[in-house]
Design a protein around this ligand. Structure first.
Ligand SMILES: CSCC[C@H](NC=O)C(=O)O
Ligand SMILES: [Zn+2]
Ligand SMILES: [Zn+2]
Length: 433
């Protein structure tokens, strides 16, 4: 029907598919997006990188007139983080649209908006008879929110990916409450650290050295001090959060359970803590590994640890995973100009505080930028009441006072921005690239 047959209608229908962890439904969004791709006459492939085929990766292709040139890849993940429905003002999978023009849904910002915007931009370019010179691929990938090991990681390492000859990639970015478009040239790589302490057990009343709790607390103190030094740099205005190493405790576990609580007069012989660490491309990962082994979890304190590195910190040449945002990267100037010619203003390029699938493509040496065209929008990814503004304040006022149609909306403006980006990036002809 007419209501559904619009960019916003398709956005809402996509948001109504629950792809939240821990049990994301991947078959439904793949079927939904495949149907859209069919109407756009795109080439469609469903790739699988798991034996059970439960984690499909949808690859859509718009062949260019010069398919031997390096291609353009637009990436978006299919999955989202969970939502706690009772903490939302509108159910998280209803894609409820308010009279003010907000659409509420888990995934509205992170990152289902861009999947639909890519496809709507392609629809509009096709309707205008635009033909790309370079081939344009859209990848819709599983499992980004849990590290992408069965998704982007395996995809980027595959022969299928190599054969796409990707020259440049766009992936998700983040909203901006201000009116500039944010762009991200690097992520911080996540490491999960689990520190386990052993120690002497004993009566709760005794004072002795080398208890498990004491040993763990020494580790926590050293890490807390490191965290403070990093955070002070941020507070002093010397660095952005994304430019320092962050170390945050995410769980503490110990004690001898008893009923609903714990035995209160026994000192336990084991204790454990979990930390989420984020490493910017400017930090030396080897130095941090050494610091963990020697200062944070030394065996001399009866500590052992498990370090789970969630993806690479260096590319195949050993270089930090950062995409150049200067003249040394010809894609950058095309990107910048395309934003400007769509009437957008670009903020200073940033490192993302969190992580995206783009790290796996950067590892292959491919330049990649994180970009989600949401200006004048609060940052609500992973938050309650995640929503996307369908109208900006100006058009909301226009609507209120002049009952105008909702022409100029954030979501629709994003489609225009992608039209500009896709047409510019796919027709850029530098052969050395
Ligand atoms: C273990 S990798 C997790 C990736 C995730 N990405 C978005 O939030 C993140 O925590 O940054
Ligand atoms: Zn995301
Ligand atoms: Zn996310």
């Amino acid at each position: 029907d007419r209501q559904n047959d619009t960019p916003v209608g398709r956005f809402q229908n996509y948001l109504r598919i629950n792809t939240a962890h821990p049990n994301p439904n991947y078959a439904a969004p793949v079927a939904f997006l495949t149907a859209i791709a069919q109407t756009l006459n795109l080439q469609i492939q469903t790739l699988h990188f798991t034996p059970s085929k439960s984690k499909p990766l949808l690859l859509l292709t718009w062949p260019g007139s010069h398919p031997s040139l390096p291609s353009l890849l637009l990436n978006s993940h299919l999955d989202s983080v969970p939502a706690e429905p009772d903490k939302w003002t509108h159910p998280p999978f209803s894609a409820h649209r308010t009279p003010e023009g907000l659409i509420f849904a888990r995934g509205a910002q992170d990152d289902k908006c861009i999947a639909i915007q890519y496809l709507e931009a392609i629809r509009n370019l096709k309707a205008a008879n635009f033909t790309p010179i370079r081939t344009v691929h859209v990848s819709l990938v599983p499992d980004e929110e849990i590290g992408g090991l069965d998704g982007a990681a395996k995809f980027a390492a595959s022969k299928q990916f190599h054969d796409l000859n990707v020259g440049f990639m766009l992936d998700e970015g983040q909203a901006n409450p201000g009116d500039e478009f944010r762009v991200f040239y690097a992520d911080r790589t996540p490491w999960n650290l689990i520190v386990k302490a052993q120690g002497t057990p004993g009566h709760g009343s005794r004072l002795y050295d080398n208890g498990a709790m004491e040993n763990l607390m020494k580790s926590v103190e050293v890490m807390t001090r490191f965290r403070e030094v990093q955070f002070d740099e941020v507070k002093a205005g010397n660095a952005a959060i994304s430019e320092v190493i962050s170390v945050n405790p995410v769980y503490l576990k110990s004690g001898i359970p008893s009923g609903d609580g714990f035995v209160m007069n026994m000192q336990p012989s084991e204790a454990e803590a979990g930390f989420n660490i984020r490493i910017p491309p400017t930090a030396d990962p080897e130095l941090l590994r050494k610091r963990i082994a020697e200062e944070w979890a030394p065996a001399s304190w009866n500590l052992t640890y498990q370090l789970l590195e969630q993806g690479p910190t260096r590319d195949f040449m050993g270089r930090p995973l950062a995409t150049a945002t200067d003249d040394s990267n010809p894609w950058w100037s095309v990107f910048k100009q395309a934003i400007e010619s769509a009437g957008g203003k670009l903020a200073k390029p940033e490192i993302l505080t969190s992580t995206t699938d783009a790290r796996y493509m950067r590892q292959q040496g491919i330049p990649a930028l994180g970009f989600s065209p949401m200006t004048n929008t609060p940052i609500l990814l992973h938050d309650h009441n995640e929503h996307e503004l369908i109208m900006n304040i100006f058009s909301r006022l226009q609507h209120l006072f002049f009952s105008q149609h909702l022409k100029d909306t954030i979501f629709l403006k994003g489609i225009k921005v992608y039209e500009s980006l896709i047409s510019a990036l796919s027709s850029f002809e530098q052969r050395s690239q």
